[in-house]
Design a binder for this molecule. Structure first.
Ligand code: ADP
Ligand code: MG
Length: 826
C-alpha cells in the first residue's frame, strides 16, 4: 500500500490540502470546530497531524495503519538503498570500474536520454528501489509517479529497473531518472486504496461533497411524505428523498471553520460562474443568475439537469414571474376562452341593462307627459262643467255684470269644438299610453327572462370550468403519485438487491478438465493443481453448461429500468479467452447479451407507446491505450471526453438512431469492421482494448411531458491477464500498462463505492470516466466475471474472482450510516 520508492512522505501536491491547515491557533484540540465538509460526512478522511483526535475513530486507525505501512516501506527502502550502495562501492573498489552503467534494454523507441537522468554523485545508475507490492522477481509491476508539479507518469518496474512512459501518444519508455525519487512519489497502480487526488484535476471537481438530509431526521418514510398546493397544478405530492449531494463550503480563516458558501459569494466562484454561464447560454430567456444557481444547487451542480428541469417546468408561475412569455397549457387556454365568453356575456348583459334603463326613462317621460296632459284635461273638463252649470245660474241671477270683452273671452275659451278636439287628443294620448305601458311591461318581462338565463349560463360555465380543472388536477396528482410510488418501490427493490450485481460465468471448454465446483447457485470453489481451494460467492454462479438465454434472463429486469430513465451498464471482465466476447456478443446463431438486451429494450419501448414516445440512439467506441476511438466513422476518429458535474460529454461522438434490431445489427457490423481497421492500423488485438456499445434511450411522457434519459452501456473489457516478463516489450508493455491502469481504476471505483467514499476516483482512467454515469448513484450495473476452467489459468481465475468479489461488496455493503450523515451532524 505504501510507496515502493524513496518518496519520503506522501506529499503529493494533488492530495487535497487539509481543511484545517489555516486553523486559528485559538482553537483547542478538545473542542473541534466544524469539521471539513468531507470529514463531516466521512470520518475516514486523513486527519491533520496537529489536530489528530484521539477518539479512536476508524479513519484515524486506518491512517495509522497506512502510516505504519509507509514507514515500513521507507525503512525497507533505506535498507535496500544502503545495501545497494555498499555493494556498488565494494564492486567499484574491486574492479576499478568508474564508467556509468547503461544497460537499459526496454526499447520500443530507444530511450531518448538513456541513463541521462542518473543523478547520483558517481554518475552510475543505481538499482531502482523495489516496489512494495512486488511478490516475485519475474513480475512486471506498474506504478504511478506524481512529480512535485502534480504531473503523473505511468511507470513499469521489471528486471530490477524502473521506466516511465513518456506519453500514451508517443509510447516511449524512458529510464526513470534517479533524482525523481526525491522529487515526487510513486505508488502502485493497482493499489486499492483510493487516492484523494482530485482537487487540482479539473474545473468541475472542485465542489466538495456532502450528504443530504438534516441530521437526526427520523428514517420513517411517512415523515418524509408531504404535499404543497400549487396555484395551477393543485395538490402536488412531495417526498423528501435522500441523495448524495454536493455542498459548497469555504474556509473561514477567522473562525477556522468550514462554512457554507452564501449564494452571493458562490456566484463569484470561477467554477460556478462557468456553470451558470453554461446554463445562461443554453437558456437565454433565464436571466437571473441567483435563480440559476439555486436550481444548480437543487440539481446537485449538474448544469444539464438544471437545463432539463427548467425546460420541463418552463412557464410555471412559481418559477418565472413574467406571465406573458409563458406558454399556456391546454387547461389554461380553455379557462381563458371561458373567461372571455363570460366577459362577452357580461357586456351583453350591461347593454341590455342600459337599453332597459333608457326604455324605463322613456316610459317615465311619457308617464309624466301623460299625467300633465290628463291634469290639463281634468282642469279643462271641470272648467267645461263649471261653464255648463254656471251659465243658467248666471242667466237667472247675474251677480257681476259681464263685460263685452269678458264675454267674448269666455266664448273664446270654451269653444265646444276645441273642447271636443282636446277630449279626443286626451283619449288618443290615453290609448298611446296604455299601449306603451303594455309594450314596456312585456319588454321588461322578456329582459328579466334574458337576465335570468344569462346568469344561469354564467353560473353553468363557472361550474364546468372549475369541475374540469379539478378533474384535471386530480388526474395529474394521481398520475404523479403513481409514478413516484413506482419509482420508490423500484428503487427499494434495487436497493435490496444492490445496485451492482456480479454474476460469475465459467466458460465451457472441452479441451481441458475443470478446476471448478459449484456447491450452490451462488458459490464457486476453485482448486489448483496442488489441491488448495478457494471459495467465492456471487449473486449467481452459472454452470459451464448455462445457455446464453439463461445468462441473459438475470439481467433483463435491470434493462427495464433503463427505459424508465436509469443508466444501466452490463460488462464482462476476465482474462483473454475466458468467454467475455462470447457472453456479450456471442455467435450469430446464438447471440449474447448485447443483441438480447437491445431486443428487450426495443420491446419495452414498443409496449409503452401509449403513454410514452421513445428515441434510441446507438454509439460504439473503443478505448485503446487510454484513447477513445469512435467506431462509427469512416476513419476511426479519436474522441475527446469531458466531465460536467456527474455527466460525461463526448462532443463529437457519432450517434445513430435505431428503430429495430436489424438497424442495431447493421451498426454493430459497421463498428466491428472499423475496429478491425483500427486494429491493423494500431497493431492491436481486440483483447487489448475495451469495447463499449452505448444505447441512449430518451422517453417523453405523453401525459406529463416529462423526459427521461437512460443510457445502456454494454462493455466487453480488455483481457485482465497480467503481462508476462517475456512479453514485456515495447507496445505490449504500453498496452498492458493502459489496461492495468483502467482495470485498476475500475477496481478502485468499486472499492470507493463499497466504502461509501464521498470521492469516487472516476477520473483515474478513460474507462471509469466514461462509465461514471453507470456506476454509483441511481445507476444499475451488472458485472460478469468470466473464468476459464483450465487449472493452468488458476492464478488469473483467482484474480478475476477477487475482482468480482470486490465489486459485489458494493451491493452488499451499502454503508447507509455514512450516507445519512449530514454536514454538521453528530
Ligand atoms: P474473450 O472475449 O474473453 O477473450 P471469447 O469470448 O473470445 O473470450 O472466448 C474464447 C473462445 O471460447 C471462443 O472461441 C468462444 O466461442 C469460446 N467460448 C467462450 N465461452 C463459451 C461458452 N460458454 N460456451 C461455448 N464456447 C465458449
Ligand atoms: Mg474478447
Amino acid at each position: 500500500m505504501g510507496n515502493g520508492a524513496s518518496a519520503s512522505q506522501p506529499s503529493s501536491p494533488r492530495r487535497e490540502p487539509s481543511p484545517r491547515k489555516d486553523a486559528s491557533p485559538r482553537k483547542s484540540n478538545n473542542s473541534p470546530a466544524q469539521p471539513s465538509p468531507r470529514r463531516q460526512a466521512n470520518q475516514s478522511t486523513k486527519p491533520d497531524r496537529q489536530n489528530q483526535r484521539s477518539d479512536g475513530q476508524k479513519g484515524s486507525d486506518r491512517q495509522k495503519g497506512a502510516d505504519a505501512r509507509q514507514q515500513a516501506v521507507l525503512d525497507h527502502h533505506k535498507k535496500v538503498t544502503a545495501a545497494h550502495a555498499r555493494r556498488e562501492q565494494h564492486e567499484a573498489a574491486r574492479s576499478g570500474d568508474t564508467t556509468p552503467r547503461n544497460n537499459d534494454s526496454l526499447t520500443h523507441g530507444a530511450p531518448k536520454h538513456a541513463g541521462g537522468g542518473a543523478g547520483g554523485a558517481g554518475g552510475g545508475r543505481r538499482q531502482a528501489p523495489v516496489p512494495a507490492n512486488m511478490t516475485s522477481p519475474d513480475q512486471v509491476v506498474f506504478e504511478t509517479f506524481t512529480n512535485s508539479k502534480g504531473k503523473e507518469f505511468i511507470c513499469a518496474y521489471l528486471a530490477g529497473k524502473r521506466y516511465y512512459l513518456d506519453s500514451w501518444h508517443s509510447q516511449e519508455w524512458q529510464p526513470f531518472p534517479d533524482r525523481w525519487y526525491q522529487e515526487g512519489s510513486l505508488r502502485p497502480l493497482d493499489d486499492n486504496q483510493v487516492q484523494e487526488n482530485y482537487t487540482s484535476q479539473s474545473t468541475y471537481s472542485q465542489a466538495s461533497s456532502g450528504q443530504a438530509g438534516p441530521a437526526g431526521r427520523p428514517q420513517n418514510r411517512d415523515d418524509r411524505e408531504g404535499f404543497l398546493k400549487h396555484p395551477k397544478r393543485g395538490r402536488v405530492e412531495t417526498y423528501l428523498m435522500e441523495e448524495k449531494r454536493y455542498v459548497h463550503f469555504f474556509f473561514d480563516k477567522f473562525s477556522g471553520n468550514w462554512l457554507r458558501l452564501p449564494v452571493g459569494w458562490e456566484l463569484h466562484h470561477p467554477l460556478i460562474k462557468n456553470m451558470v454561464q453554461h446554463v445562461e447560454e443554453a437558456l437565454p430567456k433565464w436571466k437571473d443568475p441567483g435563480d440559476i444557481l439555486a436550481m444548480l444547487r437543487v440539481c446537485n451542480y449538474n448544469p444539464d439537469e438544471t437545463i432539463g428541469t427548467y425546460l420541463h417546468l418552463e412557464g410555471d408561475e412559481w418559477l418565472v414571474p413574467p406571465k406573458s412569455t409563458q406558454s399556456m397549457s391546454d387547461g389554461e387556454t380553455l379557462l381563458d376562452s371561458l373567461k372571455q365568453k363570460v366577459k362577452k356575456m357580461e357586456m351583453e348583459l350591461n347593454d341590455e341593462k342600459r337599453q332597459r334603463k333608457s326604455a324605463e326613462k322613456q316610459l317615465a317621460d311619457l308617464q309624466e307627459k301623460f299625467s300633465g296632459l290628463s291634469a290639463e284635461a281634468g282642469i279643462a273638463r271641470t272648467q267645461v262643467e263649471a261653464m255648463q252649470t254656471s251659465r243658467p245660474r248666471t242667466a237667472q241671477r247675474p251677480k257681476t255684470p259681464v263685460t263685452k270683452k269678458q264675454a267674448a273671452k269666455a266664448v273664446d275659451t270654451f269653444d265646444p269644438a276645441q273642447l271636443d278636439e282636446l277630449t279626443s287628443i286626451a283619449q288618443q294620448l290615453h290609448k298611446a299610453h296604455t299601449h306603451l305601458k303594455m309594450t314596456v311591461t312585456s319588454q321588461v318581462g322578456a329582459m328579466k327572462q334574458l337576465i335570468v338565463e344569462t346568469v344561469k349560463g354564467v353560473k353553468e360555465i363557472k361550474n364546468s370550468e372549475s369541475g374540469s380543472q379539478a378533474e384535471l388536477d386530480e388526474i395529474r396528482a394521481l398520475y404523479q403519485k403513481e409514478a413516484l410510488q413506482k419509482r420508490l418501490l423500484y428503487n427499494q427493490l434495487q436497493e435490496l438487491r444492490g445496485n451492482i450485481r456480479v454474476f460469475c460465468r465459467p466458460r465451457k471448454d472441452t479441451r481441458c478438465g475443470t478446476c471448478f465446483k459449484f456447491p450452490s447457485e451462488q458459490d464457486i470453489i476453485v482448486t489448483n493443481s496442488e489441491g488448495s481451494k478457494k471459495s467465492f460467492s456471487f449473486d449467481k454462479v452459472y454452470s459451464t453448461e448455462a445457455t446464453q438465454e439463461e445468462v441473459f434472463k438475470d439481467t433483463s429486469p435491470i434493462i427495464a429500468s433503463c427505459v424508465d430513465g436509469y443508466n444501466v451498464c452490463l460488462m464482462a471482465y476476465g482474462q483473454t479467452g475466458s468467454g467475455k466476447t462470447y457472453t456479450m456478443m456471442g455467435p450469430d446463431n446464438n447471440p449474447g447479451i448485447n443483441i438480447r438486451a437491445i431486443t428487450e429494450l426495443l420491446k419495452l419501448c414498443g409496449e409503452r407507446t401509449e403513454t410514452k414516445s421513445y428515441t434510441l440512439k446507438v454509439s460504439m467506441v473503443e478505448i485503446y491505450n487510454e484513447t477513445l476511438q469512435d467506431l462509427l466513422t469512416e476513419d476511426v476518429k479519436t474522441l475527446e471526453l469531458s466531465m460536467v458535474g456527474n455527466m460525461v460529454r463526448i462532443p463529437d461522438i457519432t450517434e445513430m438512431t435505431v428503430e429495430s434490431v436489424k438497424d442495431v445489427k447493421k451498426i454493430m457490423e459497421l463498428g466491428d469492421k472499423n475496429r478491425s481497421v483500427a486494429e491493423t492500423k494500431m497493431n492491436s488485438t481486440s483483447s487489448r482494448s475495451h469495447l463499449l456499445l452505448r444505447i441512449a434511450v430518451c422517453g417523453t411522457d405523453k401525459v406529463s411531458g416529462a423526459v427521461s434519459n437512460g443510457v445502456l452501456t454494454l462493455c466487453d473489457l480488455a483481457g485482465s491477464e497480467r503481462i508476462g516478463k517475456t512479453e514485456a516489450q515495447g507496445q505490449r508493455l504500453v498496452e498492458a500498462a493502459a489496461i492495468n491502469k483502467s482495470l485498476s481504476a475500475l477496481g478502485q471505483v468499486f472499492t470507493a463505492l463499497r466504502s461509501s467514499q464521498l470521492h469516487i476516483p472516476y477520473r483515474n482512467s478513460k474507462l471509469t470516466q466514461i462509465l461514471r454515469p453507470c456506476l454509483g448513484g441511481d445507476a444499475k450495473a451488472c458485472v460478469f466475471v468470466n473464468v476459464s476452467p483450465d487449472v493452468k489459468n488458476y492464478p488469473e481465475t483467482c484474480n478475476t474472482l477477487e475482482f468480482g468479489s470486490n465489486a459485489r461488496q458494493v451491493a452488499l455493503g451499502q454503508a447507509k450510516q455514512n450516507v445519512r450523515k449530514a454536514p454538521g451532524g453528530p
